[in-house]
Write a protein that binds this ligand. Sequence first.
Ligand code: HEM
Length: 431
Amino acid sequence: MAKRTAEPIPGPRNGVFGRHLDDYESHPAEFLKDCRRKYGDVFRFDTDVVVISDPAEITKVLVHTNRDCVPNANPLHGGRFPTPEQTAQWMRTRQAALPVLRSAALPGLLPLVSAALAGELRALEGGWFDPAERAWRVCVNTMLPLYFPDPPPGLADALLTAFTEGRKAGEAAIRIPSWWPSRLRRRVQRADQSIRDTIAPLLTEERPASQGEPVTLLDHLLTRDEPVPADVAQAALGITVLGAIGTMGGAWSWLLYHLAARPDLFDRIRAEVAAAPAEEVAARPDRALPFTQAFVNEVLRFHPPAWLLGRDAVTDVTLGRWTVPRGTAIMFSPYLLHHDERHWKEPERFDPGRWLRGDPPHAPGAYQPFAAGPRGCLGTHLGTAILLLTAAHLATDHDLDAPGLDRVRPLFGPTLIPEGMSCRLTARHHR
Ligand code: HEM
C-alpha cells in the first residue's frame, strides 16, 4: 500500500481475515473500537481495507464521494467501480426522486404516509411480533403511497423479495468471488427484474390529466415537460425504495425498542402529541413535536441502522498523514462515532435531552446516521418523519408491551437491528 510516510498504517497483524475473523464476527463493533484504541483514527483492517474514525476525515471522504471515491462496490455488479456513465445515471435517478423526498415537498405528502402507517400499526394489534421481522413490510407499505396513487399489486412483495435476496447475497459476498454468477446472485437479478417489470407498464399507461397539483412520484414523472428516461424513472420509483428498506426497517425497530425501554419518556411523548394540533403533527411532525424529534435523534445516535459504511477510492486518497492507493476500501462506523466519548458526553446514556439543551451536542461531523455528501441518504426527511409519525400514532392509539428487553441484543449485520425482541400493540380505547 503506497503511503505518504514511510511507516505502514498500523492494524491487526496479518489483517482481520488472517487470525481475527472469529473475534470480529462475534463482536464487530467492540472489535473495531478496540482497534481504534490500539492503532488510532486510521487503521488497516485488512489488505486494501482501512477504517477511519476521525469526524473531519470521514466528512471529507463523504463530501468527495463521486470524485475521489464511490460507495462500496456492489458485489452483485461484479465488484467493479461504476463507470462515470453509471454514476451519472444514478445521480439522475436521485434527481428524479426528489419531488417527493425533499423536505419542502413533504408537508403536503405526509398525510398519505401517516394514513398508511396508522393502518399498518392497526394491523399489528393483538398478536406478539418481533419488530425486526415486521419492520420491512411496514416500511415498504408506508412509503409506496408517496410513489404511486394505487401501489400496483405485487410490487410490495417484489421489493421485499429483492431486499431479502439482496441481503443474503450481500452476506455471502464475503465467501463467493464477486464475478461468480452464483444462484443467489441470479435470484437477486430476477427479483430486481420483477420490480422493473411491475413498474414499466405504469410509465407508458395513458393516464387522465391530473386534477390540480401532481401528488405521487409517478404523477411527477408523467407530467414533466421533459420525459425522464424509462430506466431512470423505474429506478426512481422502485430502487430508491429498495435502498431504504434495510435502514428504515432497522430504525423503526429500534424506535419501538427505545419507546418500550423508557416508559417515562414514552409518557412525555404522549403528552406532547396530545397537546399538539393533529394537522400540524401530520404535516410537520418535526416542528410540532420537539421532544419526540429529540427522542428520534437519540434513537439514531444510539443505534444507527447503517452502523458500518464505506467508500472505494477511485484515486489515491489522503487520510490524515497517510495516502491510500486507488482501490482501497475506506470504511467508517457511525456506531463508533456515536459512542465515542471524545465527541459525546456520556455516550452510553440514552438521553434525548442532549438534543434540547441548546449547546451544540457533539463535534461537527460526529453524527452520521444518514451519512452526508452527494451520496448521503436521499430519504433523510422522509425517514425521520416516518419515525416521528410512528411515535405519534403509538402514543395516541396504542399501548406497547415488550417484556424481557434485557435479553434483546444488537445484531451488527448488514444493518444494525435488535435481535430477540417480542412486543404487542393494544388499542388504547379498548382498555
Ligand atoms: C431512518 C431511516 C433511514 C436511515 C437511518 C438511512 C440511512 C442511510 C444512509 C446512512 C445512507 C448512505 C449509505 C452510504 O453512504 O453508503 C443512505 C442512502 C440512501 N437512502 Fe437512506 N436511510 C433512511 C431512510 C431512507 C428513506 C425513507 C429513503 C426513501 C426513499 C431512503 C433512500 C436512500 C437512498 C436511495 C440511498 C442511496 C443514496 C445514494 O447512493 O446516492 N433512505 N440511507
